[in-house]
Design a protein around this ligand. Sequence first.
Ligand code: COI
Length: 367
Amino acid sequence: QNAVGVDFAQRLTENPTTAERRAAILEDPGFGNYFTDHTAVIDWSIDAEGRGGWHQARIEPYGPIAMDPAAAVLHYGQEIFEGLKAYRHADGSVWTFRAEANAHRFNRSAKRLALPELPPELFVESLRQLVSVDKEWVPSGEGEALYLRPFMIATEAFLGVRPAREVSYRVIASPAGNYFGGALKPVSIWLSEHFARAGHGGTGEAKCGGNYAASLAAQLEAEANGCKQVLFLDPFNDNAVEELGGMNIFFVFTDGRLVTPALNGNILHGVTRDSVLQLAADRGLTVEERKITIDEWRASVADGTLAEVFACGTAAVITPIGELKTADGSLVSPDAGPESVAMSIREQLLGIQTGTVEDLHGWLTRL
Ligand code: COI
């Protein structure tokens, strides 16, 4: 890839949000409701010699994107995204967590969606540039952070089905508290029996908008049944548990084993998932990435060997799952007290991210 003019020399900054308004927002940001004053942008196109290159890295005021109605993203969904957070430490400095892992996953997604790869240094620099103009927006409350949403869209106006020759990379930022709103509490999830999230050889492990669009009809069913998330199985693989609409899933057994579905091409390579596996192994828990079927889940509830179930993701952090509701009954998990594996790894993870627990794995980058 060429990378010309990608020094963010152009910074059009304005701060339309007053300090009072921002303070009111940061009181209770929820998730995904409010956006900061700026956006980072880098364009990509193919030149006359057929070489692709990144150019015109810039900071712009946050606002609508003007796009041709024939832009490929609007028709064929050629789009990928990432999610990571910036955390405020007690001394006021702002840090991000495992940004290189997100940059790497972004490029894997780019390959799958036939989009250009972005040099990881440029990915991290775009976060740094955006946070440098919007750092007042980084909250400091318990479990709060500035959620960063890098994404890449095919902007070329062309209706033939082929990879676009014009693409735009952007980052927006949104102050975030609990993904599910209010204080943290165990959530109920709904077992999707009519819809799958991913198919073998499909885009399941890519972080692309289409996977989330495909989860929405099932999410509606979940909400109609009083649940916050939907669980997808692989009906062509013994009803193996895959993931939730927007997060990975873990099981803790009474003998101390921590189990999560193995990455099989259908499952998102969660950065939080990977971090939980590492922190659990550090504590001497036996961690297993393997196939776990809905029948095993049912049997382990029946014989009392399942201790906890939890969801994890950048947005969800770690959220205990209290109950799996299905069309013919529900599987209840014991209450996740502060001593639970879920809550204690959550504490540790948030502690590393916010600088109160030592970062033994070198996961933090100062922005
Ligand atoms: C994240 O956890 O960052 C995601 O992208 C999931 C989405 C449901 C917010």
